[in-house]
Design a protein around this ligand. Sequence first.
Ligand code: GDP
Ligand code: MN
Length: 377
Amino acid sequence: MKIHEADARVIFAKYGLPVPPSRLVTKAAEAKGAAEELGCPVVVKAQVLVGGRGKAGGVKLAKDPAEAAEKAKAILGMDIKGLTVEKVLVAKAVDISSEFYVGMLFDRVSRKPLMMISPAGGIDIEEVARSTPEKIMKVVIDPSAGLLPFQVRKMAAFLTGEKEVAKQLGPVFRSLYRAFMEVDASLAEINPLVVSPDGKVWAIDAKINIDDNGLYRHVDMEGLRDDSEEDPGEVEAREADLSFVKLDGNIGCIVNGAGLAMATMDMIKHYGARPANFLDIGGSSNPGKVLSAMKIIVRDKNVKAILINIFGGITRCDDVANGLLQAKKDLDLDIPLVVRLIGTNEEEARKLLEGTELVPAATMDEGVKKAIAIANG
Ligand code: GDP
Ligand code: MN
């Protein structure tokens, strides 16, 4: 779950990170009041759940309250990467003499938390990793020991030669690590962490993604979710208890089991086509789930064929077949369905589907090839 910068700032501040004061507003007039309260200059920042707001024109400095209102007016309602700006954050601006990147994530290789830092802050870290990888330092943290003093010193020295700045970096690293671990984040990022001309360190941007699998431990954070900024299909899927991820191909997939769903997507790619989604309907065989899955998939106008790949175990093939027939009728579906159903009750399922427009496939390979042939016209 992504959360807004304004909420991430509150968490950062709670953990002692040096976050400049700010106010969240929805109207230009309120931005003026906020700027008066905070003292100018301020920075007016679009609150949307995507990165690169600065480049897109969603972050603007203002020298006085009137200008803050002007900038807020320009940014509110703006479209940034398909998202409409409904709120802006007015934050006390900081003069910048240098910018760093400091981020926490998980390292899949060592299977441990990883702190990643760079003296090339303020820009896209993926770009830094591509063009100047020597400007990135990665430090794996053993969670049973925590961040160790030698690691802190090594990282501080990588970012700065100034003793007074280095001294402030230790607490920043420690606080970010603690915040990341305690909120069950999958990502916690300060980009940029800046040094002002008077030598003080400030976190002027805040990004936190919470691991959905850890959310049950943070009931209070469920309120930070912003459905309006998520793919509507993903929201609906969550409510129907399906795991769904929208992708950009043209073959819709309905599969039971995450492993089989991954294998199905791999095979589609192997034959040169692209899946429109990842979708795992799970282990139960409730026909209603197939119907919900179908509804979500057909909303995507790119979808030219739907491949149903079910390996029946606990899931009963005849239940899935019933769900498919129901969906075809209810949704008045004109997208061709390629169906591969094997396992528990497959005979019954085959009988149910006989004589319908559904395209049967005996194997996964055949199903994928048929779906691709249909999608390609
Ligand atoms: P992002 O583009 O979505 O990552 O948004 P940021 O919060 O990182 O802001 C983008 C850029 O705006 C930063 O890299 C800075 O260059 C600039 N910026 C943001 N806040 C301030 C500030 O307080 N003072 C100054 N001088 N520039 C700022
Ligand atoms: Mn940023």
